[in-house]
Write a protein that binds this ligand. Sequence first.
Ligand SMILES: [Zn+2]
Length: 277
Amino acid sequence: MAFTVSPAVRGKHRRARRGPGRTGATLAGVAALTAVGAFGATAAAAPGQSRTAASAGGIASARDASAPDAAFARAVSVGEALTDAVAEQADAQREAAAAEQRSADKARADARAVRVRAEAAARAKVAAAARASRAASRRALAAAWTRPVGDAPIGTPYREAGAYWSSGYHTGVDFLVPIGTTVHAVAVGTVVSAGWDGSYGNDVIIRHADGKYTLYGHLTRPLVAAGQRVAEGEAIGVSGATGNVTGPHMHFEVRTGPDYGSDIDPVAYLRSHGVTL
Ligand SMILES: [Zn+2]
């Protein structure tokens, strides 16, 4: 089959057409596109109606009802022009849609970048707040520890060896205080026991937030009971000389567990919490 190109075909959007088949299709398109325009006007135009009225239909060729061949040729021409216009419009719409898509993609990418930056900033802010909070907690913790009996001097130091102690060494430090001195909790905690405790005499044992225990021994009497929550510096007992003693003092001990034998250096422990001794 031979391909022919209509001389009317012009412009970049025009395409080579294939013989009558394509023309038929074009005409069908024209019929659809101009139902109200060219042919509608032609059908509506009564014989003798003024050309102005017919032209009002939008297509000049409408008046040529008496010359069907010319009208057909013009309709074909108009149809081709319309087809090209539709193709151009479709191309323009595709380009516009593509541009819109690129614009939307860029907007999404920009929004994503903004979101990522905002999230990073928020995370940094939270991390900074957490650091500040931890620092404040450390300061509060250091500030919330105190000496058990004021500035009383230390007599027998921690770990002094001697047959006098069942473990072979001194498991705490002895603060030299006269009988009747108020004894204070070194930090907030919970009393785990208060009362008679063998060679310790009357003592009070407190568990602290860090899991360590403090023991206050040889008391005349405790001022608290087991299970009681105590504050830092709270009066928990009255010093004395009960249990295995050679004289009045307050034995202060720190343990990693509630039982005898888990002692650690009490002076170093208090100093680690900011207490000056
Ligand atoms: Zn002691």
